[in-house]
Design a protein around this ligand. Structure first.
Ligand code: ZN
Length: 144
């Protein structure tokens, strides 16, 4: 089981914790290898993104970077607009599998918009839209 304080690492790096919360977490990280490792990993990931906006990445790469950011920040809600649109079927499928895995492991909500029906396999709820209206709803069994 993951340490319950691990969710504080990202706010810690972003300077969003109070002085007292920061002190408590720093003491905790002296004892907790998992949190110390998370801090190191997040710092490395963020370092990779420093300056990433200064070049225009190909769309497929941008998609992967966006997913990595969502992972790094433990995002609780991920909105993905055609995340597999510019990818071949194999890569598109892997992106969708990754989004589903994030949803399950991080207990995040992932909302995906796609025109590609091959990509909807395995999502808990699927809504079909036509002219801005919900035309159908399919519920897959929710796995925990
Ligand atoms: Zn910890």
């Amino acid at each position: 089981m993951r340490c319950s304080k691990i969710k504080l690492i990202s706010p810690y790096i972003d300077g969003e914790l109070s002085g007292e919360e920061k002190d408590i977490l720093e003491l905790h990280m002296n004892e907790c290898r998992e949190c110390a490792q998370e801090l190191e990993d997040l710092r490395k990931i963020r370092e990779l993104f420093t300056g990433a906006e200064t070049f225009k990445a190909p769309y497929g790469f941008s998609t992967r970077v966006a997913i990595a950011r969502a992972l790094a920040n433990n995002a609780k809600l991920i909105l993905a607009d055609e995340p597999a649109a510019s990818l071949d079927t194999g890569r598109g499928t892997r992106v969708m599998e990754l989004l589903k895995r994030i949803a399950k492991e991080n207990r995040s909500a992932v909302i995906v918009v796609t025109h590609d029906v091959r990509m909807i396999e395995g999502f808990d709820h699927v809504y079909g839209l036509k002219d801005g209206r919900i035309m159908e709803e399919k519920r897959n069994s929710i796995q925990t």
